[in-house]
Ligand binder design. Sequence first.
Ligand SMILES: *Cc1c(COP(=O)(O)O)cnc(C)c1O
Length: 387
Amino acid sequence: MDLSHILNHLGEEDKSKYFNSVTPPLFDTTNFCFDSVAQMRSCLSNEKETPFYTRGCNPTVQILRKKIAALEKADDCLVFASGSASIAAAVLGNIQQNEHIICVENPYSWTKKLCNNFLTKFGVETTYVDGKELVNFEKAIQENTKIIYLESPNSVTFEQQDLAKIAELAKANNIITICDNSYATPLFQNPIEMGIDIVVHSASKYFGGHSDIVAGILCGNQEMINRLFNEQFMTMGGIISPHNAWLMIRSLRTFEIRLNQVSDNTKIIVEYLKKHPKVLKMYYPFDEENEQFELSKKQMKKGTGQFSIQLKTESLKDVEAFCDALNYFLLACSWGGHESLIFPVSALTSSGNYRENPFPINLIRFYVGLENPKLLINDLENAFSKF
Ligand SMILES: *Cc1c(COP(=O)(O)O)cnc(C)c1O
């Protein structure tokens, strides 16, 4: 299906339902009423697709669902209140007591906590593997392994997993594969086409794109989505609000434009930083010197806006002087919006023991937004003069 059709028209064909309004309306309502008991009964029989109660179905959210499923080349999708809610639903919906998960090393921090602090209460064990080598997944498979959890590229250091090969291995062993595709977005990577069963996203990042929506996405085949709707989705009830769904439809109009711009800007900033004498190491999947550059080209169309660098210093003071001097790169978590950001991992170390920090203290995660790269380079140039 044509991308511009999906972003601008899909799901909005029947405008006569809302006075031929050009933009879809925001249905800010909890419930929908009926003319007869018979009508009410018939709607209740298909709560996922019929407006009855907004936790199950809301017309604004329906438009969004159609677009997202088409983008991920999935049969169907569900939209949640956050990326973490969609990840929890995908995992909990496919695991039973005392079963086993194989998870890529260093996934998103709250995904790791789901496995380490929550699922352990039910006897579910997780083995973390270096996802760069297929053999590590093979070796970790047990009799009771039910899920292989992937994040490609993964958080902070952006290692990738060969999605097609892992999907094949998982299918041969009756294991469900879940892939967090937040980094690449469906514009640049389609895990379902490579055989992955479930794709999850933090829609708080590129889908929202303006740092004003927290939301999550879960895509899969029809059988999977129907089951998860009736189990995790309706039971836990972590749904997106109609208002946030409406904002996200608006964000999707510029999805392709934003992502292409972010990708181009990032390339310029990465090239600049790679040549800088005060940069020790670059972590970017589309850097030609990246050890997985061939895999990047094989399974992703382009790089997006996140990368990390290690500064050429061992001093925390230098790292802080550099970060504090930046004006356009805001010091903040998250990413995927209009604004450029940095997240020095040393901020995790100094904030106490509540989170382990497996990364070197001179590592800084960057996100490049929509500012003119010249402004950003001037900003960096000034910050480099501080140590
Ligand atoms: C932010 C993020 C999440 C969590 O999403 P929320 O919307 O913040 O709950 C999950 N995975 C990745 C890769 C993320 O960056």
